[in-house]
Design a protein around this ligand. Structure first.
Ligand code: NAP
Length: 305
C-alpha cells in the first residue's frame, strides 16, 4: 500500500513571515511522515468569501488533511464548518479545521496551548512567588478571548484592559455566561485606570503592540511603572524578546514571550491531523533557530528574567 502523504496549510491575511510551515515540516520529518504545509493567503471577507469557502471544502473532500486559520478568518471560517468544539462555541473563534468521522470540525488549540505554557512556566517558581491568581489582560481582540477563557477556566480573576472599552465589555458579556461564578471585569488601557487596580500577579499582553516590524512599541501605558511583584506573559513571539518583555526584565520581574504557546497550538493541531504525538522538542529547536534564539540561551523559555 502507498504511504499516505499529508497536506496541511494555513490561511489568513497577510501571511508573510509565518513560522508554521517550518514547525510542521520539522514535525512531519521527525515523525517519519510524508507531507507538506502550504500558505493560502485569502483576503478578508467579503472579498475572500468564495476562496475561503473553497479552501475549507478541500478539507471536507480530503484534499487537505488539516487547516490552520489566523487573522482575519478565525471567526468568519465558522460559517463553513459542520461542528464547533465546546471551546470554539465559548470564544467564537477557531484556529484549526479538520475532518472527524466525516464531519468538518472547528477547534481552538490556542486555549490549551496558552494554559499549558503558562502553567509550565509558573511551576518553575516556588509557591512563595505565587500570590492570588489575579490577572490583567491587555487587549480585547481574538487572542484575548482565548486567553481570558483559559484563565477563567483555571480559576483566575481577570480584568480586561482595552483602549476601546466597548470591545472589553463585549468580550466580558459573551464569556460571562460560561463562568457564572464571576471573576471578570473591564477597564480602559490607560495609566490612570490601571493605577486604580489592585496590583495584578499576572499581566498578559494579547495586543500585537511590539510585533515585528514595530518592535519599539509596548502596550503598557507610558509613565506607569510595571508592578514589581507581577509576572509578564507576552503573546507576541516575533521578536522573541519584545519591548514589554525587555521592560519587565529590566525591573526585574519574570517575563515570557509567546513562542511556547505558538509551538503548543501547532503541536496540538499536528496530533489532531495525524493522530501522532507531536515532537515538541524538535519544534522548539526550529522555533529558536527561526526566532534567532539559538545563540542566546539566556532569553530562552524557562529563564526567570
Ligand atoms: P486582534 O483580534 O486584531 O486583536 C488585537 C487587540 O489589540 C484589539 O483589542 C486591539 O484594539 C488591540 N490593540 C492593537 N494595537 C494596540 C496597541 N498599540 N495598544 C493597545 N491595544 C492595541 O488580534 P489577535 O488575533 O488578538 O492577535 C493579537 C496578537 O497576539 C498578535 O500579535 C498575534 O500574533 C498574537 N498571538 C499569538 C499567539 C501565540 O501562539 N503566541 C496566538 C494568537 C495570537 P483595537 O481594536 O483598538 O485596535
Amino acid at each position: 500500500m502507498d504511504k499516505k502523504t499529508f497536506h496541511f496549510g494555513l490561511t489568513g491575511y497577510p501571511l508573510a513571515h509565518s513560522l508554521s510551515p517550518a514547525l510542521h515540516d520539522a514535525a512531519l520529518a521527525a515523525t517519519g511522515l510524508e507531507g507538506s504545509y502550504d500558505l493560502f493567503p485569502i483576503s478578508p471577507l467579503p472579498d475572500g468569501f468564495d476562496d475561503l469557502a473553497a479552501l475549507v471544502n478541500r478539507v471536507h473532500t480530503g484534499q487537505l488533511d488539516g487547516l490552520n486559520v489566523t487573522i482575519p478568518h478565525k471567526q468568519s471560517v465558522l460559517q463553513f464548518v459542520e461542528e464547533c468544539s465546546p471551546a470554539v462555541k465559548r470564544v467564537g473563534a477557531a484556529n484549526v479545521i479538520y475532518r472527524l468521522n466525516g464531519h468538518l470540525v472547528a477547534e481552538n488549540t490556542d486555549i490549551p496551548a496558552f494554559k499549558e505554557d503558562l502553567n509550565t512556566w509558573l511551576s518553575d517558581f516556588t509557591s512563595e512567588f505565587l500570590p492570588p491568581r489575579r490577572a490583567l489582560v491587555l487587549g480585547a481582540g481574538g487572542a484575548a478571548r482565548s486567553v481570558v477563557d483559559a484563565l477563567l477556566s483555571d480559576t483566575w480573576k481577570v480584568v480586561i484592559a482595552a483602549r476601546n472599552l466597548q470591545q472589553a465589555v463585549d468580550l466580558c458579556a459573551s464569556l460571562s455566561p460560561y463562568y457564572p461564578t464571576g471573576g471578570l471585569d473591564t477597564t480602559t488601557l490607560t495609566a490612570p485606570a490601571l493605577k486604580k487596580l489592585e496590583p495584578p500577579f499576572l499581566i498578559v499582553n494579547t495586543t500585537p503592540a511590539g510585533m515585528w516590524p514595530d518592535t519599539d512599541l509596548s502596550p503598557w501605558p507610558d509613565g506607569l511603572a510595571l508592578p514589581e511583584t507581577s509576572f509578564v506573559y507576552d503573546l507576541v513571539y516575533n521578536p522573541a524578546e519584545t519591548a514589554l518583555v525587555k521592560a519587565a526584565r529590566a525591573v526585574p520581574i519574570p517575563a515570557l514571550s509567546g513562542g511556547g504557546m505558538l509551538i503548543g497550538q501547532a503541536a496540538l493541531a499536528f496530533t489532531l491531523w495525524t493522530g501522532r504525538p507531536a515532537p515538541k522538542q524538535v519544534m522548539r529547536r526550529v522555533f529558536d533557530q527561526k526566532a534567532g534564539l539559538a545563540e542566546k540561551p539566556s532569553s530562552k523559555r524557562g529563564s526567570l528574567l
